[in-house]
Design a protein around this ligand. Structure first.
Ligand code: ATP
Ligand code: MG
Length: 682
């Protein structure tokens, strides 16, 4: 990325802004992720938002329910999840709710028989939900397709029969290499319906990334598309899938028996005789009813990779029973789902958020889910707001990166649209700074809509820490663990650090939608998540609790800075920077410093309407101002030695900032696995 001149290009801290500190620790080697101590709490965010009376009055899940659920879950966790499971349909009831005998490979609802697709589709066909809208899809060029539950059911059944006809059966892997299309949803559900294991690979990934995932997953069938629309361009996908298969070892390549290709972009597409088949040919003549495979609760439903933000992506397996209970409960409670809702989660189906809250959650809850094919700013920065208005979206669930992107383009694009249908806003994926939270709350929610900051992971399968619409909110806080979830913040010995200090975020009790393990790699699962504190799940994130017991995510344990003996998470420094009116986006990393062990370096993207540096604004002056701004906000510990202005930051394809890329560039280190890095970043 093009670099504007550095503020202090020679690398020496200007003494005017950075006074030397006493008590110097030994120089710190940051080869190990967060080891030891507590993390300083720097940010003071004191604004609180009480739920509006109309929100409380209209809530299906009201404050008394929440209090009762917490007490119930604390006294009898298995009983709590058992009640949640009873809201769904099973072919056979469980013998045990939870079996931890082979921990950390926990098993949920053992002995039970079920299929998540029965709950997401089949059972609705017997009720009034049958004729409700299940899915509204919008293409980037404005074409739309909508499906009632009955229509979706038919589509899924036809594809399920087609897949069976192609020889796919229980336990076989189906790779879904697709952009957000209705067929992507059909393919996930059809695979699950026949007991196959789907593994969705985001359509933006390269042949190499797809190949690596195939080598791991060994699919029998790949579902893909000729091409799709993104940012006004047509992106061919089938040739990339071909290339990926061609570079597989011959026995694995031969294992890919078929490629089912959706006809979307009307492009000339090479088809391999005998192996490749058009989607429309595969489903033609297929019956619209299909048998739903009866699965064990613990049978795998899907295999999905983490986002690769902190390292090589890890492939996690989730099973039918536990996953369906956890996702259904959180969908209904966090979003307080009502029959009139139009639910838009902007995540791609290929990420965990898409699995849980675009596809399975909304469909199990019988609500209407929205899927959009293209770039959120195409053809203009008001696209998202135009869709909210035209579709009457009531709940918008998105990522802080998109909020920042939209913020950067200014509130005038929001103001042009009637957003009165919105009743709930939510975010996931990264910490949301109080600044961005307030912008979202004020300009999009117009002060009426709660903003729910939800924390969870690919590994957790479901939302873990989050407010509910009736909760008291603090901008930038994920508030508290949901009922049934036990979380704490501890030091490296597992001792709770108490309010006001940061430490490692751990989950102390298993939960139904938890990962069943890393695919084909039990050892990694043990080592990465369970070794540090036996019996507890270590999230890899750092957080603190405040006096009210509210949790504040401070960033990744891998990214913690150690400045003159103070451990500092990246989130608070970045939030402080982001509160400066010139800053659109930023990332902070630690760099070695002779005096303090380590100091911070900030990478800043300026707001769109900022005058170019070097003309009206001197880059050095602005850098100094930012350094002082952060000091004023956070105190003298927050030492930023250098500010670099950039056009953009390295992000992965779900929009998260990859600080490890900045760090390895800075320190001239090997960059590690870059398979999920967004294109265009050099
Ligand atoms: P990898 O594990 O491969 O490094 P990743 O952790 O980004 O990638 P995901 O499972 O997609 O993969 O993301 C989970 C992570 O996202 C969490 O561990 C956390 O760091 C971050 N995250 C999710 N929600 C929030 C939130 N509300 N606030 C702060 N951080 C969040
Ligand atoms: Mg992770």
């Amino acid at each position: 990325a093009p670099n504007a001149p550095n503020a202090h290009g020679d690398g020496t801290p200007p003494s005017a802004t950075v006074p030397p500190l006493p008590d110097l620790p030994a120089p710190h080697l940051r080869d190990l992720p967060f080891t030891g101590g507590t993390i300083d709490a720097l940010l003071r965010e004191e604004r609180v938002f009480r739920p509006l009376p109309q929100v409380v009055a209209g809530a299906v899940v009201n404050p008394q329910d929440v209090t009762r659920a917490r007490a119930r879950a604390a006294a009898d966790p298995d009983g709590y999840w058992e009640e949640a499971a009873e809201e769904l349909e099973w072919f056979r009831r469980w013998d045990a709710v939870h079996d931890g005998s082979n921990a950390p490979f926990h098993r949920w609802f053992t002995g039970a028989r079920c299929n998540i697709v029965h709950n997401a589709l089949d059972r609705h066909i017997e009720t009034g939900t049958k004729n409700r809208l299940a899915l509204i899809w919008e293409g980037e060029s404005g074409d739309t397709r909508s499906f009632t539950y009955y229509q979706l059911y038919r589509e899924v059944n036809r594809l399920a029969n087609a897949l069976r006809g192609l020889g796919v059966g229980k336990g076989d892997r189906v790779i879904i290499y697709m952009p957000p299309l209705p067929e992507t949803v059909f393919a996930m559900l059809a695979a699950a319906k026949i007991g196959a294991v789907h593994s969705t690979v985001f359509g933006g990934f390269s042949a190499r990334s797809l190949r690596d995932r195939m080598e791991d997953a060994r699919p029998a069938v790949i579902v893909t598309v000729d091409g799709f629309y993104r940012n006004g361009r047509v992106i061919p996908l089938k040739p990339i899938a071909d290339e990926a298969v061609a570079t597989l070892p011959p026995d694995l390549a031969a294992g890919v028996r078929h490629m089912v290709v959706v006809h979307r972009a009307h492009m000339e597409t090479p088809m391999t005789e005998g192996r490749d088949i058009w989607y429309h040919d595969a489903v033609r003549g297929q019956h619209h009813e299909a048998l739903t495979e009866i699965m064990d609760s613990t049978d795998p439903l899907f295999l999905l990779y983490t986002s690769g933000t902190t390292g090589k992506p890890k492939g996690h397996v989730h099973a039918h029973g536990g996953y369906m209970v956890g996702v259904h409960r959180t969908m209904r409670w966090v979003f307080d789902v009502k029959p009139t809702d139009i639910f838009w989660c902007t995540a791609e189906p290929g990420w965990i958020t898409g699995h849980s809250y675009v596809v399975y959650g909304p469909l199990m809850a019988g609500t209407t889910t929205v899927l959009y094919e293209g770039h959120p700013l195409y053809p203009e920065p008001g696209r998202v707001w135009s869709m909210v208005e035209r579709l009457g979206v009531t709940i918008l669930y998105t990522a802080p990166t998109l909020v920042r992107m939209l913020m950067r383009h200014g509130a005038q694009h929001v103001a042009r649209h009637d957003l009165t249908t919105l009743r709930l806003l939510a975010t996931v994926g990264e910490p949301i700074s109080p600044e961005a939270w307030l912008w979202f709350h004020r300009h999009v929610g117009r002060g009426r809509c709660p903003v729910l900051d939800t924390w969870w992971q690919t590994e957790t399968g479901m939302i873990m820490l989050s407010p509910l619409p009736v909760s008291l909110l603090k901008p930038g806080s994920v508030t508290r663990p949901l009922p049934g979830i036990e979380a704490d913040v501890v030091d490296e010995h597992g001792k709770p650090v108490g309010p006001g200090h940061g430490g490692l975020l751990v989950l102390q009790r298993p939960w139904p939608a938890m990962s069943c393990g890393v695919y084909n790699d039990d050892e990694s699962y043990r080592r990465l998540y369970w070794e540090r504190f036996p019996g507890w799940y270590c999230t890899g994130d750092v957080a603190r609790r405040d006096e009210d017991g509210y949790f504040w995510i401070q960033g990744r344990a891998d990214d913690v800075l150690l400045i003159a003996g103070h451990r500092i998470g990246t989130a608070e420094m970045e939030a402080a920077l982001a509160s400066h009116p010139s800053v659109a986006e930023c990332a902070v990393i630690g760099v070695p410093d002779a005096l303090r062990g380590e100091v911070a370096k900030a990478f800043v993207v300026l707001v769109d309407d900022h005058p170019p540096l070097g003309t009206m604004v001197n880059a050095d002056d602005l850098a100094t101002e930012l350094v002082e701004h952060v000091r004023r906000e956070l105190g003298p510990v927050a030492v930023i030695r250098e500010v670099t202005f950039r056009e953009g930051l390295p992000r992965n394809r779900s929009g998260k900032i990859m600080r490890r890329v900045l760090r390895s560039e800075e320190l001239g280190r090997d960059t590690g696995d870059l398979s999920t890095l967004e294109d265009g970043y050099v």
